[in-house]
Design a protein around this ligand. Structure first.
Ligand SMILES: Nc1ncnc2c1ncn2[C@@H]1O[C@H](COP(=O)(O)OP(=O)(O)OP(=O)(O)O)[C@@H](O)[C@H]1O
Length: 380
């Protein structure tokens, strides 16, 4: 399959065969094809497989061994040396503890965002540099481009796969040292390239969910780390209609099973989580997926991370841009104003199930500007 791919290092005066690129090999198809494309362009390519979670129970949940074997098979086929590293301690300290703290506070964190900032584009990058890398590469569906001497993060070409949301907390210095070889390709084509080249990962399932939880039930996993605090479920008027096992198991907007037969005296329509009341340990639910209490048109954030501080809007005046408040959501128009070191975003249209602990990520066209953790939401 002939594909036209622009050079990966157009601003680097060195020829490709003098540039060492270390690819994050996950054992998946995206990183496999990234390594292949770099190799085709003549770079000195090596792989690095990292392990971020030490399974203590040796259960079937641990897929790291299979992933390592797949990464090794691909590297052998491409004639690439594969390094391995264990960053479990850094992952525990800098990602997992925050994840637990957030759940303890009954918020819904996104550990993949933190994993990118703290592990892939920090510990991994530093480790790769020590191994002699000029650049690292990953199989993320994103792109970078240069503007006024800054490296900007852009969405991946494939709108169904764009992963810029997960990378918004990384800085421009890190992006300047990173190549995203598949950012200009659509996923079906990535799989086709892998198949044509006989890479064992060509039909491997996309990884889903949070890496350290794997296939196990989220609730089972969480309760091994955090004590559950059962409480009551109430309707919007505070009338008790059921019991919950712990607020931390619930997410705003989530459909809430309230037992077979529903609630006596209430219509059959499904119930949804509208609010978590920490003070009273109450879960507030409403009926109907479009109930007004599920919508908000304003959010505030914690400290804002701009990927390119020099190009960032000053917010001395309201700033128009688009935003995502969760990964799989079309962008929405909003107006930003400053709010301490964070922002206030007011949306043109009310947004469903905006969730504290998740991130709001801001865009101008194709460019990902940065983002921050959502602190509060409001409807007015
Ligand atoms: N264990 C790992 N070791 C090294 N690099 C990794 C690892 N996990 C992920 N990466 C890097 O981060 C990229 C994005 O990871 P993500 O978990 O989102 O996987 P993905 O989109 O399913 O990609 P892949 O198909 O390569 O697994 C991967 O393509 C890879 O370059």
């Amino acid at each position: 399959m002939a594909i036209e791919i622009a050079p990966f290092t157009p601003n680097d005066p060195r020829p490709a065969n003098e540039i060492t690129v270390i690819v994050g090999m996950s054992g998946g198809v995206d990183s496999s094809v990234s390594a292949l494309l770099l190799k085709q362009q003549g770079y000195k390519v090596e792989g690095l497989f990292m392990k971020n979670w030490d399974e203590d129970d040796g259960t079937e949940y641990c897929t790291a061994m299979t992933d390592l074997m797949d990464a090794a098979a691909v590297c052998q086929k491409l004639d690439i040396h594969l390094h391995t590293a264990n960053f479990a301690r850094q992952y525990w300290d800098n990602v997992f503890e925050y994840f637990l703290e957030e759940y303890k506070a009954c918020r819904t964190p996104n550990p993949d965002i933190l994993c990118n900032r703290e592990i892939k584009f920090k510990v991994f990058l530093e480790y790769a540099k020590k191994l002699g890398a000029d650049y690292i590469a990953t199989g993320h569906y994103t792109r970078t481009s240069q503007h006024e001497g800054c490296t900007q993060l852009r969405k991946g070409l494939d709108p169904n796969k764009d992963q810029s949301y997960f990378l918004h907390a990384v800085g421009e210095q890190e992006f300047a040292q990173t190549l995203f070889p598949i950012g200009d390709i659509e996923k079906p084509q990535v799989r086709a390239i892998a198949e044509e080249r006989g890479l064992v990962t060509h039909n491997k399932k996309d990884s889903t969910g949070i890496c350290f939880i794997g296939e196990r039930r989220f609730k089972d996993f969480l309760e091994t780390y955090l004590p559950a605090q059962p409480g009551v479920i109430v309707d919007e008027n505070g009338v008790e209609i059921g019991k919950h096992q712990g607020l931390m198991y619930h997410t705003i907007g989530q459909r809430q099973g309230l037992g077979i037969g529903g609630v006596p005296g209430r219509p059959e329509a499904p119930w949804y989580v509208a609010e978590k009341r920490l003070q009273t340990n109450q879960l507030v639910v409403v009926q109907g997926s479009n109930h007004p209490l599920l919508f908000s048109n304003e959010l505030t954030t914690g400290a804002m991370h701009w990927i390119n501080p020099r190009l960032a809007p000053t917010l001395s005046e309201p700033f128009r841009c688009t935003a995502k408040t969760r990964y799989r959501q079309p962008e929405q128009w909003c107006t930003l104003t400053a709010n301490g070191d964070g922002v206030i975003a007011v949306f043109d249209e009310p947004q469903r199930a905006v969730t504290p602990g998740q991130s709001a990520v801001f865009y101008q066209g194709d460019i990902c500007l940065g983002g921050a953790v959502i602190e509060t939401t409001r409807k007015h």
